[in-house]
Design a protein around this ligand. Sequence first.
Ligand SMILES: O=C(O)CCC(=O)C(=O)O
Ligand SMILES: [Fe+2]
Length: 224
Amino acid sequence: MQQQSLDLNRLLGSDSNSEAKAKTEVESEPLLDRRSELPLTWVKGYLTPAQQMALLREVQGYPFESPEIEVYGKRHRIPRSQVWFGDTGCDTKYSGLLVKALPWPKYADRLRQKLKRDFSLESNGVLVNRYVDGKESMGWHCDNEPEFSVGSDIASITLGATRDFIIRDKVTHEKQTFALQSGDLLIMHWPMQDRWEHALPKRLKATEPRINYTFRRVIADYFG
Ligand SMILES: O=C(O)CCC(=O)C(=O)O
Ligand SMILES: [Fe+2]
């Protein structure tokens, strides 16, 4: 039940209004010291403007979908759109639906190879999220689906609008906010998902689209 309510939060982006007052971090804040203890790597400006442009052009051809899900008998469209690319057999589930991996687009695959070269980050699938503006969001969740490979890190790349990405300790509810900008990389290291949830709350001041690539390693043929 607990798990289900977390999943619903993620899908519907609920609880996000309570984040409206969450402050935006700046580098000089003392919280930075604590960040060195977090299971995260934040690389600002990881992608050059030219690399970002190549990806953004490619994104225009992605077959994004925004499925409807049923919650307590009512249908809701998830407040963003998504597409999943991956190696053959590297399927996943979201919105309760099995999603077959589509073949890697050229620049998404190059980005995957770059992450492997730079951080030894092995991934065989990527979820691409598109938030058309600050009204779109992702609610609190942790990425601990059974098809994810044990011990694997998750790498998140931001393109377009700056948005707050918030993590919350599951026990103490301590929060940390990261204002992710276009070209930034954030790696969530194993086993961060055990202790921390994360969310991308609504930010009504954001009027431009944001794209997020979330590279993952899943167990091939997990769904047979
Ligand atoms: O858009 C983001 O930065 C968050 C995406 C995310 O948490 C996910 O895809 O699981
Ligand atoms: Fe996530």
